[in-house]
Structures are given as C-alpha cells and as structure tokens.
Design a protein around this ligand. Structure first.
Ligand SMILES: Nc1ncnc2c1ncn2[C@@H]1O[C@H](COP(=O)(O)OP(=O)(O)OP(=O)(O)O)[C@@H](O)[C@H]1O
Length: 244
C-alpha cells in the first residue's frame, strides 16, 4: 500500500480539505479547508467550544476526521495505518498540549529527551542546553513532574516539543499557565522555530498578545473558519475578537 498521495503543491506543511468532525449529534468541525505554508506561524482563535482543539487534533493526526482529508506535506494521513501514523507523529511533529502529558516517573531531562530516544535519534547536546535554558528549566533537570509547578511542567512540555526540531509544532495553549515573562520566552522560541529553521507552528490561544507573535490569526466559530487576520497585533486581534 502506498502511504502518500502527491498534492500539486507541497509548499504547505499541513493541508486540510473539507474536514468535518462530528461527535454524535455535535459537529465540532464543519467542512473546514485550510493550508499552512511551510515556515509559517499561525494562531487559531475562537470561543470555547468553537472547535480549536478538534482542529488541532485532526490536523496533527491525533484524531481522524469524519470526512475530508488532511495532508502533512504530500502524505495523506487518512491512508496511513495506526502504526504508520504513530511513527509520522513521532518523527515529524512536536506537540504541546493541555495537560502536559509528562511521564510522572521520569525526571525532566528524560521527559525532554524521550521523543528522541523513541525515535532513535541522538540528542543534540547544545540545542538541548539552549532549549532548557530558554524555557527556564535548566535548574530542574533532575526533578520529577510532581515536584514542579504547573507552569514549570508546561515549560518542560514546550522543551520536549522543540528539542527534536520537528517539521511542525502544534501547541494548544502552551502559555496559559505561564507568567508573562516566561510566556514571552516560549512564544519567541516558537517564533524563531519558524524564522530560523523553517518549522511550521500552529498555536491555539485565547490570548491576543500570544496571537500577535504569529504571521496570521485564523478565527473559528461553531466549527467553521470565519476570518483570517494577517500581521496581527494585540489590538487588531482584540478588535476582531470583540466582533466575532
Ligand atoms: N470527545 C468528544 N466527545 C464529544 N464531544 C466533543 C468531544 N470533543 C469535543 N467535543 C465537542 O466539540 C465541540 C468543539 O470542542 P473543542 O474542544 O474542539 O473546542 P475548543 O474551541 O477547543 O474549546 P476550549 O477553548 O473550551 O478548549 C464542543 O461542542 C465539544 O463539546
């Protein structure tokens, strides 16, 4: 079985075409099409329940759409078997999700390097040092998650997502538990991931200041994309948000 179909344009890291996701009677995503250019940083905003997490889960292959297709580059996710999908997620995607998903029995160093270990990759020591310093967990490498605050655990999750330099980073409210200073550090790291290494960043946030780090903001309402704001500022995001 061939695992990929060729799209006309693979300048896009992720492409959703007419994606619908229903949960029983609830339509969480309603016929959504969108393409994320490689190296772009996009924020997804919308009211609670508008479908942001569902969008992220479908776009990243964590969940399968009820209908429609999702491509990562030229690879159509719907054609992959579970094991292939798991490998693709591990090798090409970095996740920062609500709830952190840290392994409770492993210390911070092992949690951060886990994706590399699982992928059989050799850790890049310099990059590891830089990432743990920049997210402010360098002094905590020997601690277990239950010895850290919520914000510190969130930073470990961010470091874990960035340390493999994945092609795409999906982040669901990665700065929600952080103080403004640390949040800005994390957002700058994500910005640089797009600018310096051409990684594609998709960030779900409720925070206009966080969205202002992105190249564009996509607004969701009732499972549909209702607007895009290019070159956002906190003020323009807030203004658009108020009329959503
Ligand atoms: N596993 C599920 N089972 C049933 N309904 C679900 C499930 N996941 C999401 N939904 C429903 O789909 C809709 C969209 O949910 P989703 O979590 O994507 O929204 P969201 O915009 O991320 O919300 P929030 O900002 O509150 O996290 C909601 O009505 C939600 O109740």
């Amino acid at each position: 079985m061939t695992a990929s179909a060729t799209l006309p344009d693979t300048a896009y890291a992720v492409t959703l075409e007419r994606v619908t996701k229903t949960y029983g009677p609830v339509t969480a995503l309603d016929n959504v099409s969108w393409a994320f250019p490689r190296g772009s940083f996009t924020a997804i905003m919308g009211a609670s329940g508008s479908g942001k997490s569902t969008f992220l889960h479908c776009a990243s292959g964590l969940d399968r759409p009820t209908s429609g297709t999702v491509h990562l580059g030229a690879t159509e996710l719907g054609r992959l078997r579970e094991t292939q999908l798991t490998r693709l997620r591990r090798d090409r995607i970095g996740f920062v999700f609500q709830g952190y998903n840290l392994v409770p029995t492993m210390n911070v160093r092992r949690n951060v390097t886990l994706p590399m270990f699982l992928g059989g990759k050799k850790p890049d020591g310099r990059w590891f040092d830089e990432v743990v310093h920049r997210v402010g967990i360098a002094e905590r490498l020997g601690h277990r998650p239950d010895q850290l605050s919520g914000g510190q655990q969130q930073r470990v999750a961010v470091a874990r997502a960035l340390v493999t330099r994945p092609e795409i980073v999906f982040a669901d409210e990665p700065t929600a538990a952080l103080d403004p200073n640390t949040a800005a550090h994390v957002l700058r790291l994500l910005r640089e991931a797009a600018d310096r290494t051409g990684q594609t960043v998709v960030l779900v946030t409720h925070d206009p200041a966080a969205a202002a780090f992105a190249d564009s903001v996509v607004f969701l309402s009732a499972g549909r994309i209702v607007d895009e704001l290019v070159a956002p500022t906190s003020a323009t995001v807030l203004k658009r948000w108020e009329t959503l």
